[in-house]
Design a protein around this ligand. Structure first.
Ligand code: DGY
Length: 328
């Protein structure tokens, strides 16, 4: 049973109310500077803390966990995705892992829709033209994009966020198609007017816009490889607000450059901050800096979830958002 005042180490700066509450409840060490922790600092943290609060920037892998102290009992991730944490190794060492699902769903779905609208309608090119000061006024042939209503949206990954995207997209007149490990319950499918495709390959060949809403796991790594990307129509658009690793970024870049894919809206990248430079200058590509869930509201609610997970654990119960093997 953990001691009453747990030692909690937080790897990044969190919203002020979250840090204050953590400080009231626990013996907390914050990261005032907000610089991501070095490997050495992380190793030191897992040696001395009861609870580590990492973010997606920290690799909590096998070798880091191998050096963890006896007292480390919970990795309370500040974020929904946990692909940066070796959950199997943590569990085998008696370390629980929790995350913050649910509170980012609507914000992420909103941003996904923003990209679904922005890319076919050439928003970036329009904004760039205005900023250049070279706009010569309205013209019947300038910057014509493609209508979104009536098009087929394929959603890869129909969990909470995928369904929230479908719900919004339906209101814009998109036809909803999806591929998921598990088919939705018939009532849910009916409510979303969604068509299920057991075969991802077959769905890809038929959609006009593809939204990636699947987590990064060993089975989704490069799920969109060159072969699958080639199944898509050259007029199709791709939006990814999930994890960059699900797409082979080099293959996508080549196909965007050669016109085999019409455009893309990306918030996440295969190699994190190391974005393929050949993507950056493309007019038909709108790139965002992993900000789909970035609202003041979600960041506070994520913090609340972290606090509840740690506090519940401190009280001797399982954290409500515990990551369990069936989720891997
Ligand atoms: C998460 O929580 O995993 C999100 O990607 C952060 O935006």
């Amino acid at each position: 049973m953990p001691r009453s005042r747990l030692s909690v180490i937080v790897t990044r700066k969190l919203p002020e109310p979250v840090e204050t509450r953590l400080g009231e409840l626990f013996d907390v060490k914050l990261n005032e500077s907000d610089a991501p922790m070095s490997r050495e600092q992380l190793s030191d943290a897992v040696k001395h803390a009861d609870v580590l609060v990492p973010t997606l920037n920290d690799r909590v892998d096998q070798s880091l966990l191998a050096g963890a102290g006896e007292r480390l009992k919970l990795v309370a991730n500040y974020g929904a995705g946990f692909d940066h944490i070796d959950v199997q190794t943590a569990l085998s060492r008696g370390i629980m892992v929790s995350n913050t699902p649910g509170v980012l769903t609507d914000d992420t779905a909103d941003m996904t829709l923003a990209l679904i609208l922005a890319v076919p309608r050439r928003l970036k090119e329009g904004a760039t033209l205005m900023q250049s000061g070279k706009w010569e006024g309205w013209s019947p042939t300038a910057l014509n994009g493609h209508r979104v209503g009536g098009k087929r949206l394929g959603i890869l990954g129909m969990g909470r966020i995928g369904q929230a995207v479908a719900h919004r997209a339906k209101a814009f007149g998109l036809q909803i198609h999806y591929h998921n490990r598990k088919r939705l319950h018939a009532d849910r499918e009916e409510a979303l007017e969604a068509t299920y495709w057991e075969s991802l390959d077959q769905m890809l060949a038929r959609v006009d816009i593809l939204s990636i809403n699947a987590p990064h796991t060993p089975s989704t790594f490069h799920l969109l490889n060159a072969r699958r990307l080639k199944l898509m129509k050259p007029s199709a658009y791709i939006v990814n607000t999930s994890r960059g690793e699900v797409i082979d970024e080099n293959a996508l870049t080549r196909m965007l450059r050669s016109g085999e894919i019409a455009g893309a809206g990306l918030d996440v990248y295969e190699h994190g901050r190391e974005v393929n430079p050949r993507l950056i200058d493309l007019p038909n590509v709108l790139l965002l800096p992993h900000m789909s869930s970035a609202t003041e509201e979600s960041r506070l609610e994520m913090g609340e979830k972290v606090i509840i997970n740690i506090k519940t654990f401190a009280d001797g119960h399982r954290p409500p958002d515990q990551v369990v093997p069936s989720m891997l």
